[in-house]
Design a protein around this ligand. Structure first.
Ligand SMILES: NC(=O)c1ccc[n+]([C@@H]2O[C@H](COP(=O)([O-])OP(=O)(O)OC[C@H]3O[C@@H](n4cnc5c(N)ncnc54)[C@H](OP(=O)(O)O)[C@@H]3O)[C@@H](O)[C@H]2O)c1
Length: 256
């Protein structure tokens, strides 16, 4: 099958494309770097010619409220219109577990808008809800930093390795459209503040992590279980400590 991966150069996309190729598919990595821009439509008609499936794992370069809304609305509208013209039979998009409960956040309002457009379109679809990527935890600390302190809620979450996210998205992309949401998560539950504290300690990052019941997640208030996947979620295999050891080894190899 020809499968076009929008955001194919990103964290998830760059892991997904080789996995699809290993399974014998013609996977095309599409993004502005390779001349395909979903905001302007540039390169889309050519990239989608003959494609059976489009997987959207793109992300907005800016998380500012208006910019992120414009990104997901415009790019999703364009993508779905070009897919309809090209006869694409399955639109797969990656979103985040709990999105529907996070409308206080500008980022998540934009993800909700993206999902609405997909559901309203005539193209069969699958939306994959993943939990927070381990690779995003440092970024989570960064967006939650206040002076030299990181303020995070003491809520439960079940993060996962980007590699396992890519495997889950790949499995859905090569199967029939579910016309609904499928959830995936990590193998272990943690408290958000505790895990970020552990990560920063392992990175020798001096910031202090404070459990703060008033702290927001990308602008939204969380309750104890908002970020947990549902009981039918397919769980990734990679445990946090394994990922941490592997990423430390990779970082050390890169500096030698
Ligand atoms: N962070 C998390 O923990 C988490 C959890 C669950 C789900 N998600 C979802 O996962 C998705 C992917 O996130 P990610 O972190 O893998 O993204 P990422 O690494 O930031 O990659 C973003 C990708 O989007 C592409 N892109 C940007 N502007 C584009 C445009 N105008 N047209 C086409 N492509 C464009 C980029 O292309 P260039 O390289 O060419 O700029 C890049 O390939 C997002 O939808 C996010 O909501 C994230």
């Amino acid at each position: 099958m020809k499968i076009v991966v929008i955001g194919g150069s990103g964290l998830i996309g760059s892991k997904l494309v080789p996995k699809l190729r290993e399974h014998g598919h013609e996977a095309i990595a599409a993004s502005p770097n390779s001349g395909v821009n979903t905001l302007t439509g540039q390169g889309l008609a050519e990239a989608l010619k003959g494609a059976s499936v489009v997987v959207d794992v793109s992300n907005s370069p800016s998380w500012e409220d208006a910019a992120v809304m414009k990104f997901f609305e415009t790019s999703t509208r364009n993508l779905l219109a070009y897919e309809a013209s090209a006869g694409v039979g399955h639109h797969v998009a990656l979103s985040v577990v709990g999105t529907d409960q996070l409308s206080e956040s500008g980022y998540f309002r934009a993800k909700i808008a993206q999902e609405k457009l997909i559901k309203a379109s005539p193209i069969p679809y699958s939306i994959v809800y993943a939990t927070q990527f381990f690779e995003f935890l440092k970024g989570l600390a960064d967006i939650s930093t206040d002076g030299d302190k990181v303020r995070l809620p003491h809520v439960l979450f079940q993060p996962m390795a980007a590699d396992d996210v890519a495997s889950a998205v790949g499995r859905i992309a090569v199967g029939p459209p579910v016309n609904g949401i499928v959830e995936t998560g990590g193998p272990e539950q943690f408290r958000m503040d505790e895990l970020v504290r552990r990560l920063l300690a392992s990175l020798k990052d001096p910031r202090e992590v404070i459990a703060d019941p008033k702290a927001l997640y990308a602008g939204a208030k969380l309750s104890e279980r908002t970020l947990l996947p549902d009981k039918n979620a397919r769980l990734g295999e990679t445990r946090f400590e394994t990922w941490l050891t592997q990423s430390a080894a990779k970082a050390a190899a890169a500096t030698h």
